[in-house]
Design a protein around this ligand. Structure first.
Ligand SMILES: NC(=O)c1ccc[n+]([C@@H]2O[C@H](COP(=O)([O-])OP(=O)(O)OC[C@H]3O[C@@H](n4cnc5c(N)ncnc54)[C@H](OP(=O)(O)O)[C@@H]3O)[C@@H](O)[C@H]2O)c1
Length: 236
C-alpha cells in the first residue's frame, strides 16, 4: 500500500513555501504546490523531483482556488504562504492598498482553507502564514492588523474544525526571493535595520522558516498557536 502523505503548499514555487516543499519531498512525502507563474512552478517541480506536482492558482481569485482543489488528493496538511501585496501608512497611504492587502493575504488564506476542507484528513494540520508585525508593527497599521487577524483565524479555526489542527507561522524578515527580487538599495538597508532591531542580528533563512512550519505540521499537540520565528524581534 502507498503510505506517502500529500501536502498542499499554496505559494510553494519559491521562498519559504518552496523550502518546506523541499523538506517534505526529501523525507518521502508528496507535495502539490501552487503559484501564479507556470514557469516558476515547472522549474520548482523539476527541482523537487517526482514526488512534486504543480498547479497554477491566483489566491486573490476565489474561483481559481476552487479549481486548484477540484481534483485534489486527500491531504495530510496545507501551508498557505502565497501573497503579493503593498503596504502603506494610515495617514498618507491609499485606502485601496490596505483593502487589497487583506484580500491578498487574509481572505486568500481563509478561502483556501475553506476550499481545502473536504480534502483534509481528520488528522491533517493547517499552517497559516502571518508575520511578526502582528504584535510589533513597523508602520503600515493595516499590515499589522492583517497579520493579527490571521493569528486570530488560526485560534478560531482550531476550535471549529478540530480534530484538524490549525496553527500560524509568524516570521520576521527572511532572506527569501521576496526580498532578493527587490533592488539591492531597498533590500540591504532593510536587512541592516532588521539586524539591529532583532536579537539574532540577521534575517532568517527560508530553511529556518520551513523548519518551523514543518514542526507545526508534525507536532500533534500543537493547535491554535502562533509560532514566532523572528530572531527575538517581538521580545525587544
Ligand atoms: N520574507 C519575509 O521577510 C517575510 C516576513 C514576514 C512574513 N512573510 C510572509 O511570508 C509569505 C511568503 O513569503 P516568501 O518570503 O516565501 O515570498 P516569496 O519568495 O515571494 O514566495 C511567494 C510564493 O507565493 C506565490 N504567490 C504570490 N502571490 C500569489 C498569488 N496571488 N496567488 C498564488 N500564488 C502567489 C509565489 O509564486 P508566483 O509569484 O508565481 O505566484 C511564490 O511561490 C508572505 O505571506 C509574506 O507576507 C515573509
Amino acid at each position: 500500500m502507498d503510505k506517502k502523505r500529500t501536502y498542499a503548499i499554496i505559494g510553494g514555487s519559491s521562498g519559504i513555501g518552496f523550502a518546506l516543499a523541499r523538506k517534505l519531498t526529501e523525507r518521502g512525502d508528496r507535495v502539490l504546490i501552487g503559484g501564479r507563474s507556470s514557469e516558476r512552478l515547472t522549474s520548482a517541480v523539476n527541482s523537487l523531483g517526482p514526488l512534486a506536482t504543480g498547479k497554477t492558482v491566483d489566491v486573490t481569485d476565489r474561483q481559481s482556488i476552487t479549481l486548484f482543489f477540484s481534483d485534489s488528493p486527500s491531504l495530510s496538511g496545507i501551508f498557505t504562504p502565497a501573497a503579493s501585496y503593498n503596504t502603506g501608512t494610515f495617514r498618507d497611504g491609499s485606502l485601496d492598498t490596505s483593502e487589497d492587502l487583506f484580500r491578498a493575504k487574509f481572505w486568500s488564506q481563509y478561502w483556501a482553507i475553506h476550499e481545502a476542507l473536504p480534502y483534509l484528513r481528520p488528522d491533517a494540520a493547517v499552517v497559516l502564514m502571518s508575520g511578526a508585525a502582528s504584535v510589533r508593527p513597523i508602520g503600515a497599521p493595516a499590515y499589522a492588523a492583517c497579520n493579527s487577524a490571521l493569528e486570530g483565524l488560526a485560534r478560531g479555526l482550531a476550535m471549529e474544525i478540530k480534530p484538524i489542527r490549525v496553527n500560524c507561522l509568524s516570521p520576521g524578515t527572511t532572506d527569501s526571493e521576496l526580498w532578493r527580487n527587490r533592488p539591492a538599495d531597498v533590500r540591504e538597508p532593510a536587512y541592516d535595520y532588521w539586524s539591529k532591531i532583532c536579537i539574532a542580528g540577521r534575517p532568517a533563512s527560508s530553511k529556518e522558516q520551513a523548519h518551523a512550519a514543518l514542526f507545526l505540521l508534525d507536532n500533534t499537540n500543537m493547535t491554535g498557536s502562533t509560532l514566532f520565528c523572528d530572531g527575538g524581534y517581538t521580545l525587544r
